[in-house]
Design a protein around this ligand. Structure first.
Ligand code: SF4
Ligand code: SF4
Length: 270
């Protein structure tokens, strides 16, 4: 399974499906060998941070404080606890910001599997989790293994492929980022393509897209971390007119701690 993920990642890059996310092509060896990233690394500890439903056309993971900060802060707290248990403990936390394959390690840790929609799926917690990892100097056999999983693959489902509105999910595990509404509304620095220029054409999505997640039978509501919810009430009630009337300055001020700034106001109001 993990070798499969590694091979699929290589193929994804070879076919240019990462669009202009060139950073994914760098540091490939480090992605799969954390000892190259953290000298003396013996194991990778994996944690799942739950987030809630989408609201106001904004993905569920972006309803509060930027997840990079939220999860990293939580991991630093975990490190403090681990130092009490293992006095020689040394470790570094990573959350989607360094060449670390979080999903790969979460699968290897026995927490779940990769779905055909490319989300990490925990049979216990579903799809709405951010994976945080700590690369540390304590061997894996010093930690209790995870219980066996209720499922380890999608079986004959395919619901996510049928649900994708843009054709980005063109086959199981095959995501063409250049067509993906999540990529186009969050990562891309280009104006939205004409086919997705209006919010109606994006099924109402402003920032992100959860169509292939919502279609998944493993998607389930979770109690989100409170930090992931701090902007929910305003995001859920903001109308098109409210967004259109928001100045760049006000946007930067109101959402200073939010991941929404990654996309920029211009993408969100399109
Ligand atoms: S996030 Fe949306 S556009 Fe991207 S693959 Fe999933 S359903 Fe398709
Ligand atoms: S919708 Fe079905 S095929 Fe797609 S990820 Fe979920 S279980 Fe797998």
């Amino acid at each position: 399974m993990t070798a499969g993920l590694r091979d699929r990642f290589a193929q994804y890059l070879a076919e240019g499906r990462n669009a202009d996310m060139g950073y994914l092509e760098r540091n490939l060896e480090k992605r799969f060998d954390p000892a190259l990233l953290v000298p003396g690394a013996e194991s990778v500890l994996c944690f799942l941070a739950p987030y809630g439903q989408a609201g106001g056309g904004i993905a569920g993971f972006a309803q509060g404080v930027d997840y990079h900060k939220v999860v990293k802060d939580r991991l630093f707290a975990v490190i403090l606890e681990l130092k009490k248990k293992f006095p020689a403990f040394e470790g570094r936390p990573f959350v989607d910001s360094a060449p670390v394959m979080e999903r790969y390690w979460a699968v290897k840790a026995g927490l779940g599997f990769i779905g055909q929609n490319n989300f990490f799926i925990s049979p216990e917690y579903g799809l709405r989790t951010i994976i945080g990892v700590i690369v540390c100097n304590i061997p894996a056999d010093r930690f209790a293994p995870h219980a066996p999983l209720a499922a380890t693959d999608c079986g004959a489902c395919g619901a996510c492929l049928r649900a994708c509105p843009s054709g980005a999910l063109r086959a199981p595990f095959e995501l063409d980022a250049a067509k993906c509404l999540s990529y186009l509304t969050i990562e891309s620095k280009e104006p939205l393509p004409e086919a997705f220029a209006t919010r109606e054409s994006r099924r109402g999505w402003r920032f992100g897209c959860e169509e292939c997640m919502r279609a998944c039978p493993w998607d389930k509501p979770l109690t989100p971390l409170p930090e992931f919810e701090t902007h929910r009430s305003e995001l859920e009630t903001m109308s098109d007119a409210d967004w259109a009337g928001l100045s760049e300055e006000e946007f930067e001020k109101r959402f200073a701690d939010s991941g929404l700034r990654r996309a920029g106001l211009i993408h969100i109001i399109s």
